[in-house]
Design a protein around this ligand. Structure first.
Ligand SMILES: [Zn+2]
Length: 273
């Protein structure tokens, strides 16, 4: 059975959670989400207007209880970056098989990545582009490219800078922005469905999972100068960057004897070539 640690029960996180919760291989979910359901959420969310004012984690818990009464659901109503909650996150992740990241801000993605790497757990990430014109799905494994490696490959900044020019989607590797322009519910759910499919494929084969990519970008609209077609898929296999300051193994001091031994071995090999 599979235990999932998910952060985000917003318009993107809730459909992922809904789809995954119907997968009976999953028997335990820990859900982290700080927000209260608001009136502007109603157009793109799973919950009705009568739910406005209630914490999203509680609404999600009730949603899951109605559909999967056997599913164990732990909720943590707080922010992933809250220093007071890190012990609870560590405890939950230590017992999880994989992570599902459905947050909409860069600091939380970087922190999620750091937590997963610390515990050696694989995870998936879904991102809807501004205006719902498309989206990304990514997966990460211990020892592979981290979110920093992927963000660097995709030429994303660590922090969104409001003064920078708009992203150039004709260059899919160019910087992207979060979905600041609201996306339609259909666009959000489309990317969430890809995110759930990817996560279920990871559950199918947790040890040897290799879908042939790290990151997929799919266009959901045809936009002149941005996406030449609707439903065009770009995919990249991204390897861990030796330069990445986030996932680079800690430098250790190499003993002088080891260096001497390595030099001796190298000279020996040269002498016999
Ligand atoms: Zn890295």
């Amino acid at each position: 059975m599979t235990r999932v640690f998910q952060v985000g029960a917003g318009s993107g996180g809730m459909p992922v959670l809904d789809l995954l919760a119907l997968d009976r291989r999953i028997d335990h979910v820990t859900l982290v989400e700080p927000d209260v359901y608001q009136s502007h959420n109603v157009d793109r969310h799973w919950f009705p207007p009568s739910a406005v004012g209630r914490p999203k984690v509680e609404l999600a818990r009730e949603w899951l209880a109605e559909r999967r009464p056997d599913l164990v659901v732990d909720v943590i109503p707080g922010d992933l970056l809250d220093t007071q909650l890190q012990d609870r996150f560590d405890a939950a992740i230590a017992h999880a098989d994989l992570g599902v990241c459905a947050v909409d801000n860069e600091p939380a993605k970087y922190h999620f990545d750091a937590l997963m790497r610390r515990h050696g757990k694989p995870w998936t990430l879904g991102e809807v582009l501004s205006g719902g014109i498309g989206g990304f799905v990514h997966w990460f494994r211990p020892g592979g490219a981290c979110y920093g490696c992927v963000a660097s490959f995709l030429k994303r900044g660590v922090e969104p800078e409001p003064e920078t020019p708009p992203p150039d989607y004709s260059q899919p590797q160019a910087a992207i922005r979060e979905a600041r322009i609201p996306a339609s519910k259909s666009a959000v759910v489309a990317i969430a469905s890809w995110h759930a499919c990817l996560t279920q494929a990871l559950i199918d084969n947790p040890k040897g999972f290799d879908p042939g990519f790290t990151t997929v970008l799919v266009s959901l609209q045809k936009i002149a100068g941005i996406f030449p077609d609707m439903f065009r898929v770009h995919r990249w296999s991204i390897v861990r960057s030796p330069e990445c300051l986030l996932c680079r193994p800690p430098d250790h001091d190499i003993a002088a004897e080891d260096l001497d031994g390595a030099l001796h071995d190298a000279l020996e090999r040269l002498a016999h070539e």
